[in-house]
Design a protein around this ligand. Structure first.
Ligand code: UD1
Length: 422
């Protein structure tokens, strides 16, 4: 298994291009199932999660081709052959459950495996099921699979979600595009990836309003047509690389970055003493002198501080002056990076969903192990700031969500290499 060797070597300077959003692409791809006509995505990120979604769509009979080195994904769901999302694929990636809403809407039936537990918590699907049932679906759990049907088709309804789940919002919105009548989804998630999905669905002929607010209204149409859509910038990759000058010093411009995607995160960076400014090409982040200050963080649905940047922010706080409290409110078990950071000299105490971090003057390199996608990149950030060598093993997690990580970090002067394993 490959590992990544990082050697801390001082301030980082230069530019990092930011890719299209993994999480947007993973919901835009299943949207192809809603139409017989082709859907093409541009600015797609080159990631193993995208390959997993490709394999899932192909297993349903969709044609999916990666063009232009994977940056363009051309899809057609003209001749689908199956409405079953198999456990073998779904267990690899929870976002596989995003085929449920589209399949049900177009074919009146779908069978989708439950994702099962994953490293960062139980991650159930009750909110997806409740929303689709409100649209008239009948859903049964049998042998680990959700069997969904809507023999007479889905019907628009008013539904309020108990929690603003991102995936459930996406599934319900996609399903409602082909339902009869109007659906009003209350307490919907407001993430930029949902806005991006709605923009794409609209290009396909869907009638939707209110995306980006907590009430989304969908007027069902008979059919959707083909479209081409550019995937929105990855705000999590953006935030991750914004931390490179914050943790190592220096000045880095993030190409394609936009303030509106990361405003709650920027507030925290600025409170920590890091400067962030808009440029013509993106965002510029700089830390010139001294250590950052400790700041507290509570993860929340968008526009709050993203859970997907909590591990990386913790790496920064490990080097801050003072004590910070990080509260994780979206997922249980999302502090698995803490013991690994501790191996690098960090001082962290975890009690339930709260981590208290007392910054140290200097982290020290160590062999560490990635436990999930965002944890793995937090260890790389810590390694960049540490004295000596850090080896991060199990980097397949990293490949799920960060394209060309070594090349991007080398581009700003980091000493980093991928070591091929057996
Ligand atoms: C998406 C993102 C993920 C991010 C998360 C929260 C994708 C592919 N993934 O995941 O990177 O960390 O949003 O911003 O877009 N829940 C339930 N019942 C449900 C659904 C969710 O209890 O039916 C719970 C989950 O267990 C979790 C919380 O709600 O504790 C948030 O989940 P959700 O917003 O659905 O996240 P995902 O869509 O899975």
């Amino acid at each position: 298994m490959d590992s990544i060797l990082v050697t801390g070597n001082g301030p980082l300077n230069g530019q990092i291009p930011i890719a299209g959003a993994k999480n947007a692409c993973l919901t835009l791809m299943p949207a192809t199932l809603l139409s017989e006509e082709p859907l093409t995505l541009t600015n797609a990120p080159r990631l193993s999660d995208i390959k997993t979604m490709t394999a899932l769509l192909q297993s349903l009979g969709a044609e999916v081709s990666a063009l232009q080195d994977g940056q363009v994904i051309a899809m057609s769901s003209h001749d689908l052959t199956s409405q079953t999302a198999d456990y073998d694929i779904v267990r690899k990636m929870r976002a596989s459950n995003l085929v449920l809403g589209p399949l049900l809407a177009r074919f009146g039936q779908a069978v989708v495996s439950l994702p099962g537990g994953c490293a960062i918590g139980a991650r159930p699907m009750d909110l997806h099921v409740e929303g689709l049932e409100a649209l008239g679906a009948e859903i049964e759990l049998k042998d680990g699979y959700l069997h969904a049907k809507a023999p007479g088709g889905l019907k628009g309804a008013v539904h309020e979600m108990r929690f603003a789940s991102v995936g459930a919002t996406e599934n319900i919105v996609m399903a409602a595009t082909l339902a009869k009548g109007t659906t009003v989804l209350k307490n919907a998630a407001r993430e930029p990836e949902i806005v991006d999905l709605v923009e794409c669905l609209r290009k396909m002929g869907a009638q939707i309003s209110g995306e980006g607010t907590s009430t989304i209204e969908i007027q069902g149409v008979d059919r959707l047509h083909g479209a081409t859509h550019q995937v929105v910038t990855d705000r999590i990759e953006l935030g991750t690389y914004m931390l490179t000058p914050a943790i190592c010093g220096g000045e880095v411009e993030l190409l394609g970055g936009r303030m509106s995607l990361v405003s709650s995160f920027v507030e925290k960076l600025e409170a920590a003493g890091v400067s962030v400014s808009e440029t013509e090409k993106g965002l510029k982040v700089a830390r010139k002198n001294g250590r950052v200050r400790a700041v507290g963080v509570v993860t929340e649905p968008f526009p709050g501080f993203p859970t997907d940047l909590q591990a990386q922010m913790m790496a920064l706080m490990c080097t801050a002056e003072g004590t910070s409290v990080l509260e994780e409110r979206i997922f249980e078990n999302r502090f698995m990076h803490a013991p690994e950071l501790t191996r690098m000299g960090a001082q962290i105490e975890v009690h339930g969903g709260t981590a208290t971090v007392t910054g140290v003057e200097q982290l020290k390199g160590a062999p560490v192990m990635a436990t999930d996608l965002r944890a793995s990149v937090s260890l790389i950030l810590a390694g960049l700031a540490a004295e000596g060598e850090t080896t991060v093993s199990r980097v397949y997690h990293l490949d799920r969500g960060y394209e060309h990580v070594v090349r991007k970090l080398e581009g700003v002067g980091a000493k980093i290499e991928r070591i091929k394993g057996e």
